[in-house]
Design a protein around this ligand. Structure first.
Ligand SMILES: [Zn+2]
Ligand SMILES: [Zn+2]
Length: 253
């Protein structure tokens, strides 16, 4: 299984014109982050988790020529606003399967009504096949995917486990029984927004505590804002098995 980090940032952390924060002016490409998303591929299959405003650029940079589906963690704009840009895949492949919590599907139907509505569908708009994700394993091709329920302050967010790999973003709290689903995971990706606490995201300390509890072989931090600090400096002080993910990083599991 190959994982490509398409984006490891947050809307708060994208370099902003006029920002005087030193990380926004870093020359290290690892400090330049697009909105968070990851490509999971195995065999001939390719799925993308989340589809934010940078989706088009991410597909072009990584030369992704087809996708088998889009899996959504939650409805926030930094995870969903690229949905319209699945057009080229739709033109080539036909209807694109999407997987999300019922509430997220409803939110997408409102915001992209011209995609979902059978009466008002805009000619040329992409079409999707909706799959509701319940908090129970579901099958993608030849693989069981296990959703993991987490909380983003008061908003439910799904993380996903694919065999030995688990991807969790926008997490602030997680119940014990959901943590059990992560037992034995080899590679864990988890969000770490910044150093200071935040109401709906793990900060660095909380992410490290969570990793220490789950004990994966390796962990990667994502959904990072400029306020976490420089990649090179922060990573130096992390435990041996914890790394900071960066855009276009590929790992094989
Ligand atoms: Zn969010
Ligand atoms: Zn987010």
């Amino acid at each position: 299984m190959e994982i490509t980090f398409l984006g490891t940032g947050t809307s708060q952390g994208i370099p902003v014109i006029g920002s005087n924060h030193p990380v926004c002016h870093s020359d290290d490409p690892r400090d330049k982050r697009l909105r968070v998303s990851v490509l999971v591929s195995w065999g001939e299959y390719v799925y993308v988790i989340d589809c934010g405003p940078d989706f088009r650029q991410q597909m072009l940079t990584n030369k992704v020529s087809r996708i088998d589906g889009v899996i959504f963690t939650h409805e926030h704009a930094d995870h969903t606003m690229g949905l319209d840009d699945i057009r080229p895949f739709f033109f080539r492949q036909g209807d694109i399967p999407i997987y999300a919590h019922k509430r997220v599907l409803e939110s997408l139907r409102i915001r992209f009504n011209y995609i979902f509505s059978s009466e008002d569908k805009y000619p040329g708009a992409p079409s999707v096949i909706e799959h509701e994700v319940l908090n129970q394993p579901f099958v993608l091709e030849n693989l069981d995917v296990i959703p993991i329920n987490t909380m983003h302050n008061r908003l439910q967010v799904y993380g996903f486990r694919f065999k030995n790999f688990a991807y969790l973003t926008d997490v602030k709290t997680i119940e014990e029984e959901e943590k059990e689903k992560l037992q034995g995971v080899k590679v864990l990706v988890v969000n770490a927004l910044r150093i200071e606490p935040h109401h709906s995201h793990f900060n660095l300390e909380e992410a490290l505590e969570f990793i220490a509890e789950i004990k994966p072989e390796k962990a990667y931090l994502t959904h990072i804002s400029h306020m976490l600090g420089f990649h090179a400096e922060v990573e130096k002080n992390l435990p041996e098995n914890v790394f900071i993910a960066y855009d276009n990083l590929k790992i094989t599991i």
